[in-house]
Design a protein around this ligand. Sequence first.
Ligand code: SAH
Ligand code: AVI
Length: 326
Amino acid sequence: MTTTARLHIDVHLPADHAQRALRADVIAGLSERPRTLPPKWFYDKVGSDLFTEITRLPEYYPTRAEREILQQRADAIAFHTGAATVIELGSGSSEKTRLLLDALTRNGTLRRYVPVDVSADALTDAANSLFGDYPNLTVHGVVADFTEHLHLLPDSPGPRLMVFLGGTIGNLEPTERAAFLRGMRDSLRPGDHLLLGTDLVKSPSVLVPAYDDAAGVTARFNRNVLAVINRELDADFDVDAFEHVAIWDDREQWIEMRLRARGPQNVYIADLDLRVALADGEEIRTEISAKFTPDRVRAELGTAGLGVRHWWTDTAGRFALSLSGR
Ligand code: SAH
Ligand code: AVI
């Protein structure tokens, strides 16, 4: 643990955890058909910075839409929850979270902020900057995988508000998502709340450009996963030989990001002694980003044992925040 008086950072991942998990994911994902890689490996320092760039793109509306809701509703959220602790999963830069921290400070209840992220770089930068700006707040950052390590979160004063913003819930596969919602519910005590950000189903003419922007930032973000594998597992992907693909799958109601081989690619992953031969045009699925109807959000939360108490959208109805409890 790294500690100063009000700033703690716990690393719950053993030094070799990321390496071991990445190896297992690459072996499993590149051996199956269709080939897949999990999106959590996008977020090294370069990938986290590219994501921040994405959030500022004209086509990428989710961050702006969610910020608009928080600007309008943060005081109501503070009033309804009276939270002493905010636990945020996949906190990234924690930028929008400041709106909640400000409202809970005005509310006079906030004592602790627990950001949780798999990216030590993003977490450390965010925790350090919050530490300076909120003199009465204890910041207890946790480097962990939220799909595996919810039970390792530090005990914190209640009532607690767990927040999962940005629509990151949509990046989990449906079965993983159901287990994860249940896990979040199980880690709440009576009087605690969950604030969940979900992107809503809308026209593919809006959705697809959000994941295939004119400036090519999302393409660089997508390809970055290959650079991560090259560096971490001593592989030789020709990163620029892969085309960025974003499609709307109407049946599944999700955006799928893929990397498509331009010409046959013979890749050697030295640390795994694994050879991968990709045919011309063959694709690797790198992310799903599910979009929801209001009914589906309520149904999935209900199945996990969570009842929606408040539901807010931005004025254009693109994105929703739900506040639920057990
Ligand atoms: N919540 C922020 C950041 C979203 S980007 C926002 O709304 O803008 C998604 C964040 O989740 C990244 O910082 C990434 O590192 C983190 N993340 C992705 N998968 C994760 C996992 N399995 N465990 C912990 N953090 C994860
Ligand atoms: C973090 N997550 C919610 C983003 C999304 O919209 O699914 C990741 C992203 N992928 C491409 N652009 C942004």
